[in-house]
Design a protein around this ligand. Structure first.
Ligand SMILES: Cc1ncc(COP(=O)(O)O)c(C=O)c1O
Length: 479
C-alpha cells in the first residue's frame, strides 16, 4: 500500500466503474421514482450513529452501504413525482461536470488558482445576464443559492448606497434607521438578509399584495411617504420576478420608477422565476428587470443544475469590489504582473470556493439555450395543464394558478365547508409523505391553507401530472 490516500489506478478504476453503475441505475427507473421514502427520523439517525471510525472499511462495503441507506432512501428529486418547494431534477451533464470539478479540485478564489474556471464563471455570469436581458459586461458571482444571492444583492445595496457615509468602516452606529420595501409574498431569505445586515426586520416593510399576489404599488408609495414623514430613510425596494408561493411577477417597470423617484436601490429576487424571462412567451411580464441595480438568480432551479449554485448579478463589477475588497498580504497580486485577471475573492466575502460554474457552462454548451428554454416552457405548460385538470375536476378546487409553473389548489372530496376542506388538506400533507408516491407540500395564500405543486423538472409529462391528482385522491379517499 502506498503512503497516501490514493488507490492503485486499477482499484480506482474499479471504484469509478462501480459508482458509474450506481449512477446509471438511478436512471433505469427515473420516470417512476417515488417522490419520497418515508422512515421515522430515529431510524434514519440510527443508520449513521457511530463513533468516528478509527480504521477504514472495504470500499465495496461502503458503496453498498451508501446505495442502501443513502441512495435508495433519497428524496426523489430527480424523478417527476416531486412537486414540493422548488426542486429541479438536475441534469446528466451536471452530474458528470460535478465529478470532473471535484477531480481537478480548483479553488476559484484567485485567478491563478483556477484560470479556466475563473474565465468560465465570468462567461456564465454574462450568459445569465444575456438570458434575462440585463445587459453586457455586468458584474456577478456564483454562490450557493437564491438565498445567498439575495444576501449578496442586499449587501451590495447597503454598502454602495451608504458608501459616502463610510458604512464599511463605521458600521450602522449613529445612522438614521433605513427602510426596505417588498411585498408580503417575498421569500424569507430577504427577511433573513435584512436581519443579518443589521438593518433589522422592524425596518422591512411587507407591503400587502394584490389579488394576483403582486405588490400593491399604491400602498408601497403611501408607505414610503409615511416613512419619510416619520423620519426614516427609505433605501431599497425589492421586486419579485416570480414569488415562491405562486410565481407572481411584480410590475418591475413601475417598481423601478418608484425607486428612481425616491432615489432608492432596486433589487429583484429572480431566484425562482428570473430565468423564465428568457422565454418569448413570458418576456413581457418581466419588463423592467433590466433596470434593477441587482438581480438574484438560482441555477439549481430553472437551469436544471444539481444543487447547489445561485448567482447574483449587479450592473457593474466595481459594485462588488467596493462592497467586499479587503487587502491582505497573503492574497496580494501585485507581483503577478498580469493584466485582466479578475480576482473573485476581491468581489465577495467567500475565499475558497468550488468550480460551480463548470456544470452550468457544460450544461448550456451541451444542450444549448434553445433546448433549455423549451424545457422551461414545458414546465409552465404542464402547470397550466394541471390547473386545468384541477378546475375540471369536481373534487378539487383551484385557488391560484400562475404565469410560471406553480398551481395551488385544494382537494375537496366533495366537501363544501371551508374549515373541513382546510383540515383535510392539512392532514393530506403528512399522509402523502407516508405514502411516498408523490411529494407535495402546502402553503398559505392570504391566510388560506392550500396544496402547492411546483413543476420544475424536465422529466415531467402530462401522465405524471395526472398521477399527482390520482394519488391525492387515492390517499384522501380513506381520510
Ligand atoms: C423567490 C425565491 N427566492 C429565494 C429562494 C431561495 O432559494 P434557495 O432555496 O436556493 O436558497 C427561493 C427558493 O425557492 C425562491 O423561490
Amino acid at each position: 500500500m502506498n503512503n497516501s490516500l490514493d488507490f492503485s489506478q486499477e482499484d480506482f478504476k474499479s471504484l469509478l466503474d462501480k459508482s458509474t453503475a450506481l449512477v446509471l441505475k438511478q436512471f433505469d427507473d427515473v420516470l417512476s421514482k417515488d417522490g419520497y421514502h418515508y422512515f421515522e427520523q430515529s431510524e434514519v439517525e440510527s443508520w449513521f450513529k457511530e463513533d468516528v471510525p478509527e480504521e477504514g472499511m472495504p470500499i465495496d462495503d461502503l458503496l453498498q452501504l451508501v446505495e442502501e441507506k443513502v441512495i435508495n432512501t433519497a428524496t426523489g428529486n430527480a424523478g417527476p413525482n416531486m412537486y414540493a418547494y422548488v426542486m429541479a431534477g438536475g441534469n446528466q451533464v451536471g452530474i458528470v461536470a460535478d465529478k470532473l470539478a471535484a477531480t481537478i479540485n480548483q479553488n476559484v478564489a484567485k485567478w491563478h488558482l483556477a484560470p479556466a474556471i475563473t474565465e468560465i464563471e465570468k462567461r456564465v455570469i454574462q450568459w445569465a445576464a444575456e438570458m434575462i436581458g440585463y445587459g453586457k459586461n455586468v458584474g456577478g458571482f456564483l454562490g450557493s443559492s437564491g438565498s445567498s444571492a439575495n444576501l449578496d444583492g442586499l449587501t451590495v445595496a447597503r454598502n454602495i448606497y451608504f458608501e459616502k457615509q463610510d458604512i464599511r468602516k463605521k458600521g450602522l452606529f449613529g445612522m438614521k434607521p433605513f427602510t426596505v420595501y417588498c411585498s408580503d409574498e417575498t421569500h424569507n431569505s430577504v427577511d433573513k438578509s435584512i436581519q443579518l445586515l443589521g438593518i433589522g426586520s422592524d425596518q422591512l416593510r411587507h407591503i400587502p399584495s394584490n389579488a394576483d399576489f403582486t405588490i400593491n404599488l399604491t400602498e408601497l408609495e403611501q408607505q414610503i411617504e409615511a416613512d419619510i414623514q416619520k423620519g426614516f430613510h427609505p433605501f431599497c425596494i425589492i421586486g419579485n420576478a416570480g414569488t415562491v408561493n405562486t410565481g407572481a411577477i411584480d410590475d418591475l417597470t413601475a417598481l423601478s420608477a418608484i425607486a428612481k423617484k425616491y432615489d432608492l436601490w432596486f433589487h429583484v429576487d429572480g431566484a425562482y422565476g428570473g430565468l423564465a424571462s428568457a422565454l418569448a412567451s413570458t418576456r413581457k411580464l418581466y419588463k423592467g428587470i433590466e433596470l434593477a441595480d441587482s438581480v438574484a438568480l438560482d441555477f439549481h432551479k430553472w437551469l436544471y443544475q444539481p444543487f447547489e449554485v445561485g448567482c447574483i448579478l449587479v450592473k457593474d463589477w466595481s459594485y462588488l469590489k467596493r462592497t467586499y475588497f479587503k487587502k491582505a498580504s497573503y492574497l496580494d497580486n501585485s507581483l503577478e504582473k498580469a493584466d485582466g485577471r479578475l480576482e473573485f475573492n476581491e468581489h465577495h466575502f467567500l475565499l475558497s470556493r468550488s468550480a460551480k460554474a463548470l456544470k452550468v457552462w457544460m450544461s448550456v454548451k451541451a444542450f444549448g439555450i434553445r433546448r433549455i428554454k423549451a424545457m422551461i416552457q414545458k414546465d409552465i405548460d404542464l402547470a397550466t395543464y394541471l390547473s386545468d385538470q384541477v378546475t375540471k375536476a369536481n373534487d378539487f378546487r383551484l385557488v391560484a394558478d400562475s404565469d410560471l409553473a406553480i398551481s395551488c389548489f385544494q382537494y375537496t372530496k366533495g366537501l363544501t365547508d371551508p374549515e373541513q376542506i382546510i383540515r383535510l388538506n392539512q392532514s393530506l400533507i403528512p399522509a402523502l409523505e407516508k405514502d411516498g408516491r408523490v411529494f407535495i407540500t402546502g402553503t398559505k395564500l392570504k391566510g388560506e391553507f392550500v396544496l402547492r405543486a411546483c413543476l420544475i423538472n424536465h422529466r415531467k409529462t402530462k401522465e405524471t401530472t395526472d398521477y399527482l391528482l390520482d394519488v391525492i385522491r387515492d390517499v384522501g379517499r380513506d381520510m
